[in-house]
Ligand binder design. Sequence first.
Ligand code: NCD
Ligand code: ZN
Length: 358
Amino acid sequence: MMSVNELTIRRPDDWHAHLRDGSMLRAVAEWTARDFGRAIVMPNVVPPATTVSDAADYRQRVLDALPEGCDFEPLMTLYLTESTTPEEIDRAASSGFVKAVKLFPAGATTNSDNGVRDIDRVMPVLERMAETGMVLSVHGEVTDQDVDIFDREAVFVDQVLDPLRRRLPELRIVLEHVTSAHGVEYVLSADRNLAATITPHHLVLTRSHILSGGIHPHYYCLPVAKGPEDRKAIRCAAVSGDARFFFGSDSAPHPDAAKMRAAGSAGIFNAPTALACVAAVFEEEGSLDTLETFVAMSGPAFYNLQANSSRITLCRREHPVAIPERIMTEDGPVTIFDPGFALYWQVEGRDGQDNTTF
Ligand code: NCD
Ligand code: ZN
């Protein structure tokens, strides 16, 4: 087969990113804006962005953190709590810049304490979302300590997601950062209103990367990486061209000090290497022809948005691209995701600006 060294595709977007706030936001925003036209910005900042007004303020802080002249567009989300009202959903739907509402089961992950304990308590809000077409973005893990951590996604799918979809088939849902073969199979079984994002690190890692040859805190995130069969299912889904699976980095920076302490934080900062990692995986799978679908087309289609109008050119360098190990921030160093193999793909250029709403 002829090897491809240059690939021109629509400018990609990131359909799941944690850009943080304050000095961390100012340190990381440019890395997401460098390779991606838009990102769905997760609302688990402190305090969480629970209202349209919070999201508007947060959006402005993101724009202020970007380099001069940057045409990156943050797509905002609301953090669903048991106090969210259906009226807030109406405001979100008419805002134009709130594109999803995020369901964190309380206690499931970083800054999820204000999340949902009992799904029955948010049913009126979910019903309004189904009526208005607002997307529900889901962290799909149960929090029951008696459920094995590697089974928490599968149990969530069976005990929470499937019953919810039966109750509200019109609700449009993204199962974020799918990590299990069971999750992939469930998405494949749905013919409408369900999609999943896939991260670069879950395309690459299994739990052995985290736990063998010493413990690797920089590979720890939630949902935790699973076994080889799960990774295979995720890879197949990503390269398949199936519009139900699209790219979401789940880039989630934590200062190294927080990652390295005894109860280290969950989250992998991958914005600088995400696109190069995904391109490497697609190349390995012999599927560079579906890369554009995965990173630039299927996400906007699910969110009823146009794909970006500009195009980027990815080049495969002859030698590995030099990637810094970490970035420096006011909160200390933050390690960049290293997939454990050399990266050759790099964005060479872009042909113009994209239409933005600001
Ligand atoms: C995310 C974070 O740090 O905000 N962490 C993670 O491990 N992915 C939260 C999340 O998406 O679960
Ligand atoms: Zn996340």
